[in-house]
Design a protein. Sequence first.
Length: 496
Amino acid sequence: MIASSAGAVSLRRLLPAASFIGSADIGVSHITDRSTDCRPGSVFAALRGRTVDGIDYLDEAISNGACGVLTDRPITSTAVPQCVVSNSRIAYSEVCRALAGRPDQRLRVAGVTGTDGKTSVCSMIRKLLESCGQRCGQLGTVENYDGVCTETSTLTTDEPPKFWNSLSRMTSNRTTMAAVELSSQALDQYRVAGLQLDLAVVTGVTRDHLDYHGTPHAYAAAKGKIFGLVRKGGRAIINNDDPGSRDLFAKHNCGIDAITCSLDGPADLRATDLTSNKTGVRFTFQMADFAEQIQTELIGRHNVMNMLLAAAVAAEFGLAPEQIAAGLSKIKSPPGRLERIVAEPINVFVDYAHTPDALARVVDELKQITQGRLIVVFGAGGGRDADKRPLLGQAASNADLAIVTNDNPRNEHPQTIIEHILAGITSTTVEVRPDRCDAIRLALDAAVPGDCVLIAGKGHETYQEIGTRQISHNDAAFVRRYLSARHPATPITACA
Ligand SMILES: CC(=O)N[C@H]1[C@@H](OP(=O)(O)OP(=O)(O)OC[C@H]2O[C@@H](n3ccc(=O)[nH]c3=O)[C@H](O)[C@@H]2O)O[C@H](CO)[C@@H](O)[C@@H]1O[C@H](C)C(=O)N[C@@H](C)C(=O)N[C@H](CCC(=O)O)C(=O)O
Ligand SMILES: Nc1ncnc2c1ncn2[C@@H]1O[C@H](COP(=O)(O)OP(=O)(O)OP(=O)(O)O)[C@@H](O)[C@H]1O
């Protein structure tokens, strides 16, 4: 729900194309799409859902006090005033934006979309800006930061009331910049309609969420909507090494210019002479005439690309290349993104790779810097895109030992998910341990000095969804607990 502190907003003025039934105008000071959240004076936004239709809850909304309805078709069975629009989701976000005082007009906003890398890039943008004393809000999967307070997130991109309230709090906290993750579902559902972006960043477009979008084409079309949010004079920032990103920009760019980033070829921002080793990556950061060598503790070429994308945003937001280079070398991984839990004598990483492309990349990167064997522990979520499960199995096949386990089985039978994954494993030695703690124990016990253990899929998450229950579990915390209890005399010490 969202309530205005600045008085009622006229829907007739805000939505000039709308038609009205039962009243010449509706004044809104509080709007919600949840019938249960309505209170005296609320306007109820009746949204068509995938499971139910909001209109079916109008009576409940009215009995809770709703005195107007925002709808995409006239409703014959009600006496409350109606505001009829062509797309109630777009109108709902625009009303929430107005009630929040159009905070995007007082912020420089970078929106980040892509199959993988949204959280990493937003976190890097914030860290780069903070390294120069700037305050930057951040909204996304792991946390929402309004410039002063951090709260744990529930969605990657919140629904309109919460999204617009968060931006509004940033402006109240004198934050002038924001990095926001935009999921394909949110773009498809117009959760941020009306948002004016200065920069639209695309990290990469591969495969995910086909359970929701149905086809790769529909998935890409949803992501492509990000360019339609860019304000006049704004730009796109593109991972030029990724065919999916280039294609997305070519098809949906809405006439805006792009800043390109590349590790492999010509681009506006480049990382050249890249070498990976056990402690991180070294590369030369190039931007126009500026070039400087960077040593980062982050692992993987994908993280170097994430840094370039974040650097491009920081440059557009006013940082000098020298400031960006200094900030880049200090960046640490966000929680659960190739986070190193143990460094010696085995390496243990926790990573959020849960798409086939991300898992294949991470396995490949770690393989290159591991002297001994690479052991990977992973599973796949239930109730989501089942077709990606064998692809995850295939992605892990480059490891020396794959331990297949539960991720979030949700309401599916865990064994069925495991069978789907196993069908894709083409080589490597495989073990199955449905219990995630058992699987991690097996990996840590099997590892000898020089080996690397990758625990993939859950990253920062603090619970597993098994059936309808949420069971407390965090991969990194479990590794630390197990190693400290296992052999008190062992030289294996978890990183702080
Ligand atoms: C699959 C999906 O995205 N669903 C979103 C969608 O729900 P829906 O279409 O099924 O809505 P519905 O439940 O049928 O209800 C329709 C309308 O009736 C209303 N209603 C319903 C019941 C009732 O008693 N009273 C009532 O008023 C609902 O509030 C809603 O407005 O529209 C709803 C209203 O906007 C969203 O809350 C809901 O997101 C839910 C919370 C969700 O879990 N979404 C996930 C999948 C998601 O968006 N994830 C992405 C990406 C994550 C990633 O990158 O991995 C994210 O951005 O987090
Ligand atoms: N640029 C990238 N290209 C490919 N894979 C990446 C990239 N950046 C990160 N990854 C992989 O994807 C995983 C998730 O990263 P991150 O959380 O930044 O992505 P995300 O898009 O925010 O994911 P989600 O939307 O599911 O929260 C990482 O742990 C890593 O394995």
